[in-house]
Design a protein around this ligand. Structure first.
Ligand code: ATP
Ligand code: MG
Length: 297
C-alpha cells in the first residue's frame, strides 16, 4: 500500500477556490509525439495504439472503504476514452487518481501502478504530473478574474511565454474551446459574468492554453444545454490529435458520439472495456448490457 499525502481539508468545488482548478502547465517541448513514419512499418501497424497512460491493478481505499478493485485500463494516445457506470461506482475516484487529486483526501490510499509514458505517476513530482495531465470538473470553476487572466493563468505562473505572446495564446486557446467569438470583445470582463456553458468552455480553454498531454474531464457537460454540450463534444473530437482524453459521462449518447473506447464501471470494478461501438452494440458482459439498455437496478 502506498499511503497518499494527506491534507487537512478535502478538495473544494467552490468556484473561488483555485486549489482544485488544476491547470496543466506543460511546456510544448516536453510533449511527446510519435515519430513521423516515412514508409510502411508492418510490425508497428500490427501493434495496438501506444498507451499514453496505463493503470495496472489499481485499488483505492477511502479509510476502510474500498472504492476501486483491481482496475487495469489503458488510455491510448490521441484517443478519447469514456468511463460510464451508475452513480457511486468509482468513476470520479479513478479519474482523479490519474492526476493524483485524491492525494488531498485524508485517509485515502492507493496501490497498484499508474503510468504516464511508462513512468509511475505515484513516484512523480505531483506538480510536474499536473503540468502534463490537466482536469476539467463537473462544475465550472473559473477564477474570480477576467476572462483573459483565466486563460493566461497557467502560462503566467509557469513562465511559459513572454508577456507579448500572451494575447495570441489566449486567443488561440479560446478559439480551440469554441468560445472566442462570444468573448472577444469582453476579455477584460469578469469570468463570473459568463453563462455556465461559457464558463465550462473557459475552463477548457484555460486547460488547453498550456498544451496538456492528457485532459481528464469529469461530467463536463452535465449542467449544460444541448448547444453548449455539442460545442464541447466537437471540441473534444477536434483536440484529440493533440492530446489524450478521458471523459466521465452519464450520457451514453455522448460516450457513443465522442469516445473511441468506453469502460463500464460497477461497484468499484471495471466490468468491461472495449471499442465504444462494441460496448454499446455487442457488450460481452451481462452487467454492461443491462446498464446500457436501462435494465440496471
Ligand atoms: N472523499 C470521499 N470519502 C469517502 N468516500 C468517498 C469519497 N469520495 C467518494 N467516496 C465514495 O467512493 C465511492 C465512489 O465514488 P465516486 O465519486 O468515485 O463515484 P462516481 O462513479 O463518480 O459517482 P457519480 O456518478 O455519482 O459521480 C462512493 O461509494 C462514494 O461514496
Ligand atoms: Mg463522479
Amino acid at each position: 500500500m502506498t499511503p497518499m499525502r494527506a491534507k487537512s481539508a478535502p478538495p473544494s468545488t467552490d468556484m473561488n477556490d483555485t486549489s482544485e482548478a488544476i491547470v496543466p502547465d506543460q511546456t510544448p517541448s516536453a510533449k511527446s509525439h510519435p515519430a513521423p513514419q516515412s514508409g510502411p512499418v508492418p510490425q508497428a501497424a500490427a501493434r495496438p495504439a501506444e498507451a499514453k497512460m496505463q493503470a495496472k491493478n489499481v485499488n483505492f481505499h477511502y479509510g476502510t472503504f474500498k472504492a476501486l478493485h483491481d482496475i487495469s485500463l489503458e488510455f491510448p494516445a490521441n484517443k478519447v476514452t469514456a468511463l460510464i457506470g451508475p452513480s457511486g461506482c468509482g468513476k470520479s475516484t479513478f479519474l482523479r487518481s490519474l492526476n493524483r487529486i485524491n492525494d488531498t483526501i485524508r485517509g485515502a490510499r492507493i496501490d497498484g501502478e499508474i503510468t504516464l509514458d511508462g513512468e509511475d505517476i505515484l513516484k512523480m513530482d505531483v506538480t510536474s504530473l499536473r503540468r502534463r495531465v490537466g482536469m476539467v470538473f463537473q462544475r465550472p470553476n473559473p477564477f474570480p478574474k477576467s476572462i483573459f487572466e483565466n486563460v493566461a493563468y497557467g502560462i503566467r505562473v509557469n513562465g511559459l511565454a513572454s508577456r507579448s505572446e500572451l494575447p495570441g495564446i489566449v486567443e488561440k486557446s479560446l478559439r480551440r474551446a469554441a468560445l472566442w467569438e462570444e468573448v472577444k470583445d469582453k476579455l477584460q470582463e469578469s469570468a463570473n459574468a459568463l453563462s455556465g456553458g461559457q464558463q465550462q468552455r473557459l475552463c477548457i480553454a484555460r486547460g488547453l492554453a498550456v498544451d496538456p498531454e492528457v485532459l481528464l474531464l469529469d461530467e463536463p457537460c452535465s449542467a449544460l444545454d444541448p448547444i453548449a454540450t455539442a460545442k464541447i463534444e466537437d471540441l473534444l473530437v477536434a483536440i484529440k490529435d493533440q492530446c489524450t482524453i478521458v471523459i466521465v459521462t452519464h450520457n451514453m449518447q455522448q460516450a457513443a458520439r465522442v469516445a473511441d473506447s468506453t469502460g463500464f464501471f460497477l461497484l468499484g470494478k471495471l466490468i468491461e472495456h472495449d471499442r465504444t461501438d462494441v460496448i454499446f452494440k455487442n457488450p460481452s458482459k451481462k452487467e454492461t448490457e443491462d446498464y446500457i439498455t436501462g435494465r440496471f437496478g
